[in-house]
Design a protein around this ligand. Structure first.
Ligand SMILES: [Zn+2]
Length: 126
């Protein structure tokens, strides 16, 4: 860690949080950038899967979303496995998607970090 080419995926609760928890994702991303000198990868910035005008694969659809959650998760997982580390936000355990991402990251050998939103600190989980 510590090189600008290192990428860290930010995982946490989105659905059911005010404004999809955007502000906390941004704070954690800023912390990853400034404290770890790594590039934060934030799910909101990842484009959903394109499927050429065919219907979305089965999955829930959030209010106002252009695609099913499965379209977003496919691309999130694809980005996740290209990252070097994963940073877990408070409340990640309440999120089905973040729990899945945590398991994928663990089995794919990513380095784990914890973001503390009270202190603004990112710390490696050993
Ligand atoms: Zn779709």
């Amino acid at each position: 860690m510590g090189s600008a080419s290192v990428r860290i995926y930010i995982a946490g609760p989105i659905f059911g949080r005010p404004d999809r928890n955007r502000a906390m994702f941004r704070r954690a991303g800023d912390a990853v950038l400034s404290q770890l000198l790594a590039i934060p990868v934030i799910p909101e910035d990842i484009q959903p899967a394109e499927h050429g005008g065919t219907p979305c694969p089965p999955g829930r659809r959030s209010e106002g979303a252009a695609h099913n959650e499965s379209c977003y998760l496919r691309m999130d997982i694809a980005e996740l496995v290209e990252c070097d580390g994963i940073c877990l936000l408070p409340g990640w355990v309440d999120s089905i998607g973040a729990r899945l991402e945590m398991q994928v990251a663990a089995h794919c050998g990513l380095v784990f970090f914890d973001y503390n939103d009270d202190t603004g600190k990112v710390a490696e989980i050993k």
